[in-house]
Structure formats: structure tokens, C-alpha cells
Design a protein around this ligand. Structure first.
Ligand code: PAF
Length: 280
């Protein structure tokens, strides 16, 4: 497995692969890899001839009071995992490679970027869209793989790819969960034992909503109330949002239908966790 540090080298590698008739897959990550990331790598391996994973803790997607400084950085373990999965290239640039001195160009997806996580994390999706566009321009992948857990991120990136007419297919992979339902996240490692127990309320709330939908409830208001009632059983957990939205626009719906995104975000201690499902 080759570790590449510069955009130029990554582009050269990708172009050589394409010239040799190989399709290129990209799995963008911030490292601190877990089984959710590995599922993206496996999906990439199945549908692409060669696969690059990027590891870059992107400073522009963190707010001033967020966890950029303490975000887990586990580069050696990450590389060992990626190598075991047969990844061809790890792209691990430094900040200067992605944001050269004086960098002033950003990708701003207006509207969408202010909804869901973008509402409570101003500037977050501007940072995400910018870094992912830069990764796409550098790696020129045929396909790029993202987790459904970050469903609002997926909506923002779909819009970015459509608006910039980037020649890349976004592949969205299912949420990977712990046996008790907690969605995997690099931030789960911040949780104390007690917080880890409390964190189960996110998937429990979603499960309660799914059960109501299965028995015929379609009112978004009623379903949100069901989720909020489940959250109230863990009063230490602070709801950020509970919402039913159109997945493309991230605007609230009144009636849920097939394809509606039902999403939650909550603070467990100081750790902000998210989870969702898409109505079948
Ligand atoms: O989902 C993530 O890990 C990040 O937001 C991404 C897509 C790698 C951009 O930094």
C-alpha cells in the first residue's frame, strides 16, 4: 500500500490507473477508522479496480469551539486496517497541501448548508463541500463512498457534484451499528461508560418511530413526538434536532413517505451524535 502526500502524485496515480483501463474508487475519511469506514472500503473494492482512501482531519469543517484539536488521530492503526483490506493508496496530505498559503476558494452550498447539522454547526458543510471537491479534483475518482450516517452531508455533496458537474458517482453505504444499535462513529470513543449507555437512546428513538410508521402513522409531527418521548427517558441527553425531511432539500415534510429522511442529533455529555433512517 502506497502512502501519497501530494495532490500531484495522487492525480498521477489515478490517471495512470485510468489509462490502464482501471476504475478508481475513493473513500474520503478523517481517520480514526472503525467498521463503518471499513464497510465503505469493502464496497469500493467490490465495484472499483483500484481504491484510494484519504485520511485528512479537515480543519475548515470544525467550528472554533469544536473538537478539531482533540479529534482522534490514529494514523498507524488506520493504515494497518486499510492495508489488510487491500487498499492501494492512502492519501494523507498535510493541511498546507490542501489549503495552500493564502487559500481563499471555498465551495458553498447555499440553503442546504444551513439545515440540520449545518444549523447547529455554522460553516461545517462549507468545509466539507470544499475539502471533498478538492479531493475529487485531485483523485478524479469514478466512484466515491460515503456513509448514510452523515445523511445531511450526503445531501450537500450530491448537490455539489450536480452543480459542479463533477464526473463522479456518489455511493451511499448503510449505517453500521454496534450490537445494541448505536451507530458507529469516530466520536463514540469520547463517551464515558455511562454516556455510552445513554447514547443508545438515539437508535431507540429511531426504532420507536419506525415501529409507528410500520403501524401506519404518517404524520411527521406525531412521529417526532414519539422520538422526543423516547429521548425524555434519558433526561441527561440533550436533543439538538429530531426531524423528518426531504433527503434532497433537507426541508421538513408534514407527511412522511418513501424516501423521507428521519434524522436525530443529540448531545451525550459534550459529544454530539447523529443517527437516521430513510423511510422504506
Ligand atoms: O465524513 C467525513 O469523515 C468527513 O466529513 C469527510 C467526508 C471525510 C470530509 O472531511
Amino acid at each position: 500500500m502506497r502512502v501519497i502526500r501530494t495532490v500531484g502524485e495522487l492525480r498521477e496515480w489515478s490517471r495512470a490507473a485510468r489509462k490502464a483501463g482501471q476504475s478508481v474508487g475513493l473513500v474520503p475519511t478523517m481517520g480514526a477508522l472503525h467498521a463503518g469506514h471499513i464497510s465503505l472500503v469493502r464496497a469500493a473494492k467490490v465495484s472499483c479496480d483500484v481504491v484510494a482512501a484519504s485520511i485528512f482531519v479537515n480543519p475548515t469543517q470544525f467550528g472554533p469551539n469544536e473538537d478539531f484539536a482533540r479529534y482522534p488521530r490514529t494514523f498507524d492503526e488506520d493504515c494497518a486496517l486499510l492495508e489488510a483490506e487491500g487498499v492501494d493508496v492512502v492519501f494523507a496530505p498535510d493541511a498546507e497541501e490542501i489549503y495552500p498559503e493564502g487559500a481563499a476558494t471555498f465551495v458553498e452550498v447555499t440553503g442546504l448548508s444551513e439545515r440540520l447539522d449545518g444549523k447547529s454547526r455554522p460553516g461545517h458543510f462549507r468545509g466539507v463541500a470544499t475539502v471533498v471537491a478538492k479531493l475529487f479534483i485531485a483523485a478524479e475518482p469514478d466512484r466515491a463512498f460515503f456513509g448514510q450516517k452523515d445523511a445531511a452531508q450526503v445531501a450537500v455533496l450530491r448537490r455539489t457534484v450536480a452543480d459542479l458537474r463533477l464526473p463522479v458517482e456518489l455511493v451511499v453505504c448503510p449505517i453500521v451499528r454496534e450490537p445494541d444499535g448505536l451507530a458507529l462513529s469516530s466520536r463514540n470513543r469520547y463517551l464515558s461508560t455511562e454516556e455510552r449507555r445513554q447514547a443508545r437512546v438515539l437508535s431507540r428513538a429511531l426504532h420507536a418511530v419506525e415501529t409507528q410508521i410500520a403501524s401506519g402513522e404518517r404524520s411527521a409531527r406525531a412521529l417526532i413526538d414519539v422520538a422526543v418521548a423516547e429521548f425524555s427517558r434519558e433526561p441527561q441527553v440533550g436533543i439538538d434536532y429530531v426531524t423528518a425531511v426531504d433527503w434532497a432539500t433537507l426541508l421538513p415534510v408534514e407527511t412522511v413517505a418513501s424516501g423521507t429522511l428521519f434524522a436525530v442529533a443529540a448531545f451525550v455529555g459534550t459529544t454530539r451524535l447523529i443517527d437516521n433512517f430513510v423511510v422504506a
